[in-house]
Design a protein around this ligand. Structure first.
Ligand code: ZN
Length: 163
């Protein structure tokens, strides 16, 4: 039976976390490289409870976020769309590396396999959470979980920098 009021579910788990290094750079400013433990949270708002009694199979969401966190753990976050960092893939010592040249002429070189190259402009929690939103949606789709078909009208992703 359809329920009239929206339902809200917040999923935050101990293992929804990853650690990564980054620095945020924009015109005239660059942070020094440093690291964080990032915590990810998911909030779902649904219009109705499904016939099976659930808003959504949380297992699917947990699986997707857990998988993403695991695959993002212990990398340098490389913001490929930065407008202030020149990012090039270079072949050094026989292996691919990411070379980042900043406005202040500082140069960072990392093995490509140590980099998490994301299509974002700044390695901020805001831009990362938007990107994670798309990733989680795609992962759910790949598992045949269609959020809109299950009456989910809102999925909110939060990313926190924990100490
Ligand atoms: Zn930071």
């Amino acid at each position: 039976m359809a329920h009239a009021t929206p339902f809200e579910v917040h999923v935050q788990k101990e293992d929804f976390k990853f650690n990564a290094s980054h620095f945020v750079a924009f015109r005239g400013y660059r942070e020094r490289i440093h690291g964080h433990n990032y915590k990810v949270g998911v909030r779902l708002i649904g219009e109705r409870i499904q016939d099976d009694g659930y808003l959504l199979d949380f297992g699917d969401v947990k699986k997707a976020v857990r998988k993403l966190c695991k695959s993002w753990n212990e990398y340098f976050i490389c913001p490929l769309l930065s407008d202030v960092i020149r990012i090039e893939e270079v072949d050094l010592s026989g292996a691919p590396h990411m070379q980042l040249t900043c406005e202040d002429n500082s140069l960072f070189v990392f093995p490509k396999s140590d980099c998490l190259c994301l299509p974002i402009s700044h390695a901020t929690t805001e831009e990362m959470s938007v990107y994670i939103w798309w990733k989680v949606r795609d992962m759910l789709k790949d598992n045949d979980v269609d959020l809109s078909k299950r009456g989910i009208r809102t999925m909110e992703i939060t990313v926190q920098e924990a100490v």
